[in-house]
Design a protein around this ligand. Structure first.
Ligand code: BDR
Ligand code: CA
Length: 342
């Protein structure tokens, strides 16, 4: 099936939607996952999805500096898990900044502390002292089955894990990451934020040979919520839903202030939901190469799905790229998640 032109990403080559390679969890056999995150407004919603989904077993949340400083991100992860009634999911702090290049933050979008102007109560516990990469390595080692990684921030911790513990590669079932774009970027015209914030790490991940799904802006800009979601969330009884409404309101206000309309793409939740649903997201096979140079295309994920070029140059595809999503189903899934949380 050809992707319909209404998807409208700026390329003349319309890749074919292909069967997914990412595993999918079921309620009978939940998929073990680790989220690596920089919470972050949309990260907060993504973590909620992973806590609730019966198809997923959330083993840990690790933090990385990205949307805000890593200490804020760690504390946000701890506080969110407590709010969501999941205080036993371990949290560990990861990299402060990228493997190479300048420190990038997105506080103009997510607020100085990462969660807009929401102040959640201080968490009763602290992060695991072993740190993000060691915790991931330990959980992979201890798990009886391979674990899927869901990186929804810069890829620094994941690159360090791959480089430090190469023997654990067979224990990683999939890397379903939010980042990149075959089309336009958001941090720059070329690059999406998570890749732009650490292109060196992204290059290591995309060149690793591990099975990858790139949930990039091509699909996440069809996973958009607007103000109509607020009433739906505010009608729900739980505190988590009220907090989600507050986070989203902050996003809509910021987005409007930046001249982008009162709407927000909930990027990170798409990566989580892809592993919980067999058919929410449509993907195509691409060869993705990261530009880690210092020029105007720094952080760009160059996606090639041209059968002609790949054959001519004897190149293999290296990931699924998310291209389509049922937007209504996505919005309903978010409401359903918060209906189930305290
Ligand atoms: C990504 O960048 C961050 O600001 C969001 O949390 C998301 O992970 C979108 O480009
Ligand atoms: Ca994020």
């Amino acid at each position: 099936m050809s992707v319909s032109p209404q998807v409208g990403w700026p390329t003349f080559h319309h890749a074919e939607i292909t069967p997914r390679t990412a595993p999918v969890g079921t309620a009978a056999h939940p998929l073990p996952v680790i989220i690596d995150s920089d919470p972050g407004l949309d990260d907060a919603l993504a973590i909620a999805c992973a806590v609730v989904a019966p198809e997923l077993k959330l083993l840990a949340v690790t933090s990385v500096g990205g949307n805000a400083d890593v200490h804020h991100c760690t504390e946000n992860a701890l506080r969110l898990l407590e709010l969501y009634g999941a205080p036993d999911v371990p949290v560990a702090e990861g990299a402060v900044g990228p493997l190479a290049g300048p420190l990038e933050r997105a506080t103009e979008v997510h607020g100085e502390g990462g969660l807009g102007n929401t102040n959640l109560p201080k968490a009763a516990r602290k992060a695991e002292p072993e740190g993000a990469v060691a915790l991931m390595a330990r959980l992979l080692t201890e798990s009886s089955e391979p674990v899927a990684l869901i990186p929804i921030g810069p890829l620094t911790n994941i690159a360090l894990l791959i480089r430090s513990f190469p023997h654990l590669a067979p224990k990683i079932s999939h890397i379903c990451l939010m980042g990149g774009s075959v089309g336009e970027g958001n941090s720059s015209a070329s690059a999406e934020f998570n890749i732009y914030a650490d292109p060196t790490a992204a290059e290591i991940v995309f060149n690793s040979g591990l099975p990858i799904t790139m949930i990039g802006l091509d699909v996440t800009h069809h996973a958009v919520l607007d103000r109509t979601i607020l009433d739906r969330l505010l009608q729900l009884p739980g505190k988590s839903a009220k907090v989600a409404a507050e986070l989203l309101k902050f996003s809509f206000d910021r987005s409007a202030a930046w001249g982008q309309g009162e709407r927000m793409a909930i990027h990170d939740a798409v990566a989580v939901l892809h592993l919980a649903s067999p058919d929410l997201v449509g993907v195509a096979r691409y060869r993705v190469v990261v530009d880690a140079t210092a020029g105007p295309a720094r952080g760009r994920t160059i996606g090639d799905a041209s059968p002609y070029r790949l054959k001519r140059d004897k190149l293999e595809t290296n990931c699924d790229v998310g291209l389509t999503i049922d937007s209504t189903r996505f919005a309903n899934a978010i409401v359903d998640v918060f209906a189930k949380l305290p």
